[in-house]
Unconditional design. Structure first.
Length: 392
Protein backbone atom coordinates (compact mmCIF):
# COMPACT_ATOMS: atom_id res chain seq x y z
CA UNK A 1 0.00 0.00 0.00
CA UNK A 2 1.16 3.57 -0.62
CA UNK A 3 2.72 5.10 2.47
CA UNK A 4 3.61 8.70 3.19
CA UNK A 5 7.31 9.19 2.61
CA UNK A 6 9.56 11.69 4.29
CA UNK A 7 9.74 14.89 2.32
CA UNK A 8 13.05 15.78 0.68
CA UNK A 9 13.78 19.29 1.89
CA UNK A 10 16.28 21.73 0.42
CA UNK A 11 17.16 23.99 3.36
CA UNK A 12 18.01 27.32 1.75
CA UNK A 13 20.10 29.77 3.79
CA UNK A 14 23.16 31.84 3.00
CA UNK A 15 24.42 31.06 6.52
CA UNK A 16 25.69 27.70 7.74
CA UNK A 17 22.76 25.94 9.49
CA UNK A 18 25.25 23.96 11.55
CA UNK A 19 26.34 27.21 13.19
CA UNK A 20 24.31 27.62 16.38
CA UNK A 21 24.86 31.39 16.21
CA UNK A 22 23.21 31.86 12.80
CA UNK A 23 19.98 33.86 13.17
CA UNK A 24 20.23 33.52 16.97
CA UNK A 25 20.39 29.73 16.63
CA UNK A 26 17.10 29.52 14.76
CA UNK A 27 18.56 28.17 11.51
CA UNK A 28 20.12 25.31 13.44
CA UNK A 29 16.98 24.51 15.45
CA UNK A 30 14.67 24.76 12.43
CA UNK A 31 16.84 22.39 10.42
CA UNK A 32 17.12 19.90 13.28
CA UNK A 33 13.37 20.01 13.91
CA UNK A 34 12.51 19.50 10.24
CA UNK A 35 14.89 16.53 10.13
CA UNK A 36 13.25 15.02 13.22
CA UNK A 37 9.60 15.57 12.32
CA UNK A 38 9.24 16.20 8.60
CA UNK A 39 11.83 14.79 6.24
CA UNK A 40 15.36 14.52 4.95
CA UNK A 41 17.07 17.89 5.11
CA UNK A 42 19.86 18.89 2.75
CA UNK A 43 21.72 22.13 3.51
CA UNK A 44 22.22 24.44 0.54
CA UNK A 45 24.19 26.90 2.65
CA UNK A 46 26.49 28.44 3.45
CA UNK A 47 26.76 30.67 0.40
CA UNK A 48 29.04 33.68 0.65
CA UNK A 49 28.91 37.02 -1.15
CA UNK A 50 31.75 38.39 0.97
CA UNK A 51 33.53 40.21 -1.86
CA UNK A 52 30.33 41.96 -2.92
CA UNK A 53 29.57 42.81 0.71
CA UNK A 54 33.10 44.13 1.26
CA UNK A 55 32.58 46.44 -1.71
CA UNK A 56 29.24 47.50 -0.24
CA UNK A 57 30.93 48.47 3.01
CA UNK A 58 33.34 50.72 1.15
CA UNK A 59 30.57 52.35 -0.85
CA UNK A 60 28.52 53.00 2.28
CA UNK A 61 31.42 54.81 3.91
CA UNK A 62 31.36 57.28 1.05
CA UNK A 63 27.57 57.46 0.85
CA UNK A 64 27.28 58.15 4.57
CA UNK A 65 29.41 61.28 4.29
CA UNK A 66 26.93 62.87 1.90
CA UNK A 67 23.66 61.57 3.33
CA UNK A 68 23.82 62.42 7.04
CA UNK A 69 24.90 58.90 7.94
CA UNK A 70 22.23 57.11 5.90
CA UNK A 71 23.24 53.97 4.04
CA UNK A 72 22.29 51.55 1.33
CA UNK A 73 21.43 48.02 2.51
CA UNK A 74 23.45 46.18 -0.14
CA UNK A 75 22.90 42.72 1.41
CA UNK A 76 19.16 43.08 0.71
CA UNK A 77 19.21 44.39 -2.84
CA UNK A 78 18.23 43.34 -6.34
CA UNK A 79 21.87 42.71 -7.21
CA UNK A 80 22.53 40.48 -4.20
CA UNK A 81 19.23 38.65 -4.84
CA UNK A 82 20.23 37.93 -8.44
CA UNK A 83 23.66 36.71 -7.33
CA UNK A 84 22.06 34.38 -4.77
CA UNK A 85 19.66 33.08 -7.42
CA UNK A 86 22.54 31.94 -9.61
CA UNK A 87 24.41 30.28 -6.77
CA UNK A 88 21.42 28.49 -5.28
CA UNK A 89 20.15 27.52 -8.72
CA UNK A 90 23.35 25.55 -9.29
CA UNK A 91 23.09 23.86 -5.90
CA UNK A 92 19.46 22.85 -6.49
CA UNK A 93 20.36 21.15 -9.75
CA UNK A 94 22.72 18.84 -7.87
CA UNK A 95 19.95 17.04 -5.96
CA UNK A 96 16.31 15.96 -6.02
CA UNK A 97 13.91 17.66 -3.65
CA UNK A 98 10.21 17.93 -2.91
CA UNK A 99 10.32 21.48 -1.58
CA UNK A 100 12.52 24.37 -0.55
CA UNK A 101 12.41 25.61 3.05
CA UNK A 102 13.83 29.13 3.29
CA UNK A 103 14.02 30.59 6.82
CA UNK A 104 14.64 34.36 6.90
CA UNK A 105 16.04 34.00 3.38
CA UNK A 106 13.72 36.04 1.20
CA UNK A 107 16.59 37.82 -0.58
CA UNK A 108 18.16 34.46 -1.33
CA UNK A 109 15.14 33.04 -3.21
CA UNK A 110 13.23 36.09 -4.49
CA UNK A 111 14.79 35.72 -7.99
CA UNK A 112 15.30 31.96 -7.87
CA UNK A 113 14.24 30.14 -11.06
CA UNK A 114 12.72 26.87 -9.87
CA UNK A 115 9.52 24.89 -10.15
CA UNK A 116 9.89 23.51 -6.63
CA UNK A 117 7.40 24.77 -4.04
CA UNK A 118 8.94 27.23 -1.60
CA UNK A 119 8.12 27.51 2.10
CA UNK A 120 9.22 30.84 3.53
CA UNK A 121 9.63 30.99 7.32
CA UNK A 122 10.31 34.15 9.31
CA UNK A 123 9.53 36.12 12.46
CA UNK A 124 8.59 39.41 10.79
CA UNK A 125 8.19 41.22 7.50
CA UNK A 126 10.76 43.75 6.41
CA UNK A 127 8.35 46.69 6.67
CA UNK A 128 7.94 45.89 10.36
CA UNK A 129 11.70 46.08 10.95
CA UNK A 130 12.59 49.24 9.02
CA UNK A 131 13.23 51.96 11.63
CA UNK A 132 12.17 49.46 14.34
CA UNK A 133 15.41 47.49 14.68
CA UNK A 134 18.70 49.45 14.87
CA UNK A 135 20.19 47.38 12.03
CA UNK A 136 17.46 48.57 9.68
CA UNK A 137 17.48 52.22 10.65
CA UNK A 138 19.01 55.19 8.85
CA UNK A 139 18.47 53.65 5.41
CA UNK A 140 18.34 55.64 2.20
CA UNK A 141 14.79 55.97 0.80
CA UNK A 142 15.82 54.01 -2.31
CA UNK A 143 17.05 51.17 -0.09
CA UNK A 144 13.77 51.06 1.86
CA UNK A 145 11.84 50.76 -1.40
CA UNK A 146 14.15 48.02 -2.65
CA UNK A 147 13.82 46.01 0.58
CA UNK A 148 10.03 46.11 0.32
CA UNK A 149 10.16 45.23 -3.38
CA UNK A 150 12.34 42.16 -2.79
CA UNK A 151 10.18 40.86 0.03
CA UNK A 152 7.07 41.43 -2.08
CA UNK A 153 8.61 39.24 -4.78
CA UNK A 154 9.45 36.58 -2.19
CA UNK A 155 5.99 36.59 -0.60
CA UNK A 156 4.35 36.38 -4.02
CA UNK A 157 6.73 33.60 -5.08
CA UNK A 158 6.44 31.47 -1.94
CA UNK A 159 3.82 28.75 -1.88
CA UNK A 160 3.51 28.84 1.90
CA UNK A 161 4.40 31.46 4.52
CA UNK A 162 5.15 30.24 8.05
CA UNK A 163 5.54 32.94 10.71
CA UNK A 164 6.30 32.78 14.42
CA UNK A 165 3.63 35.31 15.42
CA UNK A 166 0.30 36.72 14.32
CA UNK A 167 1.98 40.14 14.31
CA UNK A 168 4.19 38.97 11.44
CA UNK A 169 1.52 36.89 9.69
CA UNK A 170 -0.95 39.77 9.70
CA UNK A 171 1.67 42.06 8.17
CA UNK A 172 2.19 39.62 5.29
CA UNK A 173 -1.57 39.71 4.66
CA UNK A 174 -2.21 43.42 5.23
CA UNK A 175 1.04 44.97 3.98
CA UNK A 176 1.96 42.57 1.18
CA UNK A 177 -1.40 41.19 0.10
CA UNK A 178 -0.64 37.56 0.93
CA UNK A 179 -3.76 35.35 0.82
CA UNK A 180 -4.77 34.34 4.35
CA UNK A 181 -4.86 30.66 3.36
CA UNK A 182 -1.19 30.92 2.42
CA UNK A 183 -0.18 32.11 5.91
CA UNK A 184 0.40 29.87 8.96
CA UNK A 185 1.51 30.89 12.46
CA UNK A 186 3.49 28.60 14.77
CA UNK A 187 5.62 30.07 17.61
CA UNK A 188 9.25 29.00 17.74
CA UNK A 189 10.56 26.89 20.61
CA UNK A 190 13.22 27.27 23.29
CA UNK A 191 16.86 27.05 22.17
CA UNK A 192 17.90 25.51 25.48
CA UNK A 193 19.44 22.02 25.53
CA UNK A 194 18.31 21.20 29.07
CA UNK A 195 14.71 20.93 30.27
CA UNK A 196 14.31 20.22 33.97
CA UNK A 197 11.56 17.89 35.21
CA UNK A 198 8.22 19.63 35.56
CA UNK A 199 7.83 18.98 39.29
CA UNK A 200 11.26 20.43 39.94
CA UNK A 201 10.34 23.87 38.62
CA UNK A 202 6.64 24.52 39.22
CA UNK A 203 6.60 24.43 43.03
CA UNK A 204 9.32 26.97 43.71
CA UNK A 205 8.33 30.02 45.78
CA UNK A 206 10.39 33.20 46.27
CA UNK A 207 12.18 33.54 49.56
CA UNK A 208 10.18 35.83 51.89
CA UNK A 209 10.95 39.48 51.22
CA UNK A 210 13.38 38.69 48.40
CA UNK A 211 12.99 38.89 44.63
CA UNK A 212 15.42 37.44 42.07
CA UNK A 213 15.17 39.02 38.62
CA UNK A 214 16.89 37.63 35.52
CA UNK A 215 17.64 39.64 32.38
CA UNK A 216 19.13 37.78 29.39
CA UNK A 217 20.07 39.70 26.23
CA UNK A 218 23.04 40.86 24.21
CA UNK A 219 21.74 44.32 23.27
CA UNK A 220 21.50 46.58 26.31
CA UNK A 221 19.56 49.39 24.64
CA UNK A 222 17.13 47.39 22.48
CA UNK A 223 16.37 44.91 25.26
CA UNK A 224 15.49 47.71 27.67
CA UNK A 225 18.42 47.29 30.03
CA UNK A 226 18.03 50.75 31.58
CA UNK A 227 14.39 50.02 32.45
CA UNK A 228 15.35 46.67 33.98
CA UNK A 229 17.93 48.44 36.11
CA UNK A 230 15.41 51.07 37.21
CA UNK A 231 12.97 48.28 38.09
CA UNK A 232 15.60 46.93 40.49
CA UNK A 233 16.03 50.40 42.04
CA UNK A 234 12.27 50.90 42.38
CA UNK A 235 11.71 47.50 44.00
CA UNK A 236 14.45 48.20 46.53
CA UNK A 237 12.83 51.57 47.25
CA UNK A 238 9.64 49.64 48.08
CA UNK A 239 11.52 47.74 50.77
CA UNK A 240 11.84 44.55 48.70
CA UNK A 241 15.20 42.81 48.78
CA UNK A 242 15.42 42.66 44.99
CA UNK A 243 18.41 41.33 43.05
CA UNK A 244 18.97 41.61 39.30
CA UNK A 245 21.26 39.35 37.28
CA UNK A 246 22.14 40.59 33.80
CA UNK A 247 23.50 37.92 31.46
CA UNK A 248 24.71 38.54 27.92
CA UNK A 249 25.81 42.18 27.98
CA UNK A 250 27.58 44.77 30.12
CA UNK A 251 25.68 47.88 31.23
CA UNK A 252 27.23 51.25 30.37
CA UNK A 253 28.97 53.32 33.03
CA UNK A 254 26.61 54.68 35.65
CA UNK A 255 24.56 51.52 36.10
CA UNK A 256 25.98 50.21 39.35
CA UNK A 257 24.08 48.76 42.30
CA UNK A 258 25.07 46.47 45.18
CA UNK A 259 22.26 44.07 44.21
CA UNK A 260 23.27 43.90 40.55
CA UNK A 261 25.23 40.96 39.13
CA UNK A 262 26.61 41.17 35.60
CA UNK A 263 27.64 38.09 33.61
CA UNK A 264 28.92 39.35 30.23
CA UNK A 265 28.56 36.05 28.38
CA UNK A 266 27.75 32.38 28.86
CA UNK A 267 28.30 29.78 26.14
CA UNK A 268 25.56 27.12 26.08
CA UNK A 269 27.93 24.82 24.19
CA UNK A 270 30.30 24.68 27.17
CA UNK A 271 28.98 22.25 29.84
CA UNK A 272 30.24 24.31 32.77
CA UNK A 273 28.81 27.57 31.45
CA UNK A 274 25.55 25.84 30.49
CA UNK A 275 25.25 24.54 34.03
CA UNK A 276 25.67 28.06 35.33
CA UNK A 277 22.93 29.33 33.02
CA UNK A 278 20.59 26.58 34.20
CA UNK A 279 21.25 27.72 37.75
CA UNK A 280 20.36 31.32 36.82
CA UNK A 281 16.94 30.22 35.60
CA UNK A 282 16.45 27.91 38.58
CA UNK A 283 17.17 30.77 40.98
CA UNK A 284 15.04 33.36 39.16
CA UNK A 285 11.66 34.43 40.49
CA UNK A 286 10.89 36.50 37.39
CA UNK A 287 12.32 36.90 33.91
CA UNK A 288 12.53 40.64 33.14
CA UNK A 289 12.97 41.89 29.57
CA UNK A 290 11.41 45.33 28.93
CA UNK A 291 12.46 45.15 25.30
CA UNK A 292 11.99 48.10 22.94
CA UNK A 293 11.76 46.02 19.75
CA UNK A 294 11.24 42.28 19.42
CA UNK A 295 10.08 39.79 16.82
CA UNK A 296 10.26 36.54 18.78
CA UNK A 297 12.45 36.47 21.88
CA UNK A 298 13.24 32.80 22.35
CA UNK A 299 14.31 33.60 25.92
CA UNK A 300 10.61 33.77 26.87
CA UNK A 301 10.26 30.13 25.82
CA UNK A 302 13.30 29.22 27.90
CA UNK A 303 11.99 31.06 30.95
CA UNK A 304 8.64 29.29 30.59
CA UNK A 305 10.37 25.91 30.44
CA UNK A 306 11.75 26.68 33.91
CA UNK A 307 8.33 27.83 35.12
CA UNK A 308 9.62 31.41 35.47
CA UNK A 309 6.99 34.11 34.74
CA UNK A 310 8.09 36.86 32.34
CA UNK A 311 7.58 40.62 32.55
CA UNK A 312 8.05 42.36 29.23
CA UNK A 313 6.52 44.94 26.89
CA UNK A 314 3.67 44.60 24.43
CA UNK A 315 5.59 45.11 21.21
CA UNK A 316 6.34 43.19 18.04
CA UNK A 317 5.52 39.49 18.09
CA UNK A 318 5.76 39.03 21.86
CA UNK A 319 2.03 38.39 22.33
CA UNK A 320 2.46 34.89 20.87
CA UNK A 321 5.22 34.13 23.37
CA UNK A 322 4.00 35.85 26.55
CA UNK A 323 0.30 35.58 27.36
CA UNK A 324 -0.98 37.90 30.07
CA UNK A 325 -1.82 36.01 33.23
CA UNK A 326 -0.50 32.73 31.81
CA UNK A 327 3.30 32.88 31.61
CA UNK A 328 3.74 36.50 32.58
CA UNK A 329 2.60 39.99 31.67
CA UNK A 330 3.12 42.42 28.81
CA UNK A 331 3.21 46.06 29.90
CA UNK A 332 2.81 49.10 27.68
CA UNK A 333 5.87 50.14 25.71
CA UNK A 334 5.63 53.42 27.65
CA UNK A 335 6.02 51.62 30.99
CA UNK A 336 9.20 52.39 32.93
CA UNK A 337 10.87 51.10 36.07
CA UNK A 338 8.10 52.27 38.45
CA UNK A 339 5.40 50.48 36.44
CA UNK A 340 7.39 47.25 36.14
CA UNK A 341 8.25 47.35 39.84
CA UNK A 342 4.59 47.85 40.78
CA UNK A 343 3.46 44.94 38.60
CA UNK A 344 6.15 42.62 39.95
CA UNK A 345 5.45 43.62 43.55
CA UNK A 346 1.76 42.87 43.07
CA UNK A 347 2.47 39.31 41.94
CA UNK A 348 5.14 38.86 44.58
CA UNK A 349 2.63 39.70 47.30
CA UNK A 350 0.15 37.05 46.14
CA UNK A 351 1.67 33.61 46.70
CA UNK A 352 -1.29 31.78 45.15
CA UNK A 353 -1.09 33.89 41.98
CA UNK A 354 2.67 33.37 41.78
CA UNK A 355 2.33 29.61 42.17
CA UNK A 356 -0.36 29.51 39.49
CA UNK A 357 1.86 31.49 37.11
CA UNK A 358 4.70 29.02 37.55
CA UNK A 359 2.39 26.13 36.68
CA UNK A 360 0.80 27.83 33.67
CA UNK A 361 4.19 29.06 32.44
CA UNK A 362 5.40 25.48 32.26
CA UNK A 363 2.05 24.42 30.76
CA UNK A 364 2.43 26.91 27.93
CA UNK A 365 5.97 25.72 27.27
CA UNK A 366 4.83 22.11 27.08
CA UNK A 367 1.83 22.95 24.87
CA UNK A 368 3.39 25.24 22.27
CA UNK A 369 6.66 26.98 23.19
CA UNK A 370 8.87 24.01 22.32
CA UNK A 371 10.36 22.75 19.06
CA UNK A 372 8.54 19.43 19.05
CA UNK A 373 5.21 21.27 19.05
CA UNK A 374 6.44 23.41 16.14
CA UNK A 375 7.68 20.32 14.29
CA UNK A 376 4.43 18.36 14.70
CA UNK A 377 2.36 21.32 13.47
CA UNK A 378 4.61 22.08 10.51
CA UNK A 379 4.83 18.40 9.56
CA UNK A 380 1.05 18.14 9.39
CA UNK A 381 0.83 21.30 7.32
CA UNK A 382 3.60 20.41 4.86
CA UNK A 383 2.41 16.84 4.36
CA UNK A 384 -1.09 18.14 3.55
CA UNK A 385 0.22 20.73 1.08
CA UNK A 386 3.14 18.88 -0.53
CA UNK A 387 2.39 15.18 -0.63
CA UNK A 388 5.12 12.72 -1.58
CA UNK A 389 4.25 9.01 -1.59
CA UNK A 390 6.12 5.82 -2.27
CA UNK A 391 4.99 2.23 -2.47
CA UNK A 392 6.05 -0.16 0.24
Amino acid sequence: MPTAARLRIAFLTSTDPRDRRAWSGLHYMLAQTLQKHVGEVTYLGPVSLRYFFALGDRVNKVVGRFSQGRRYHYSISVLSARLYARLFGRKLRQGQYDLIFAPASYTEFSYLDTKLPIVYCCDSTITQLIDYYPGLSKLLPVSKRELAYIEQRAIDRADLLVYSSHWAGNSAINDFGAPAEKVAVFPFGANFPIVLPRQEVIHRQPRPGRCELLFVGVEWVRKGGAIAFDTLVQLCARGIDAHLTICGCVPPAGFEHPNLTVIPFLDKNDPEQLSRMVQLYRNADFFLLPTRAECAAIAFCEASSFGVPSFTTDTGGIADFVENGVNGYRLSLAAGGPEFAAAIAQVLADSELYQRLRVTSRDLYEEKLNWDAWGVSVNKLLKSRFKHTETG
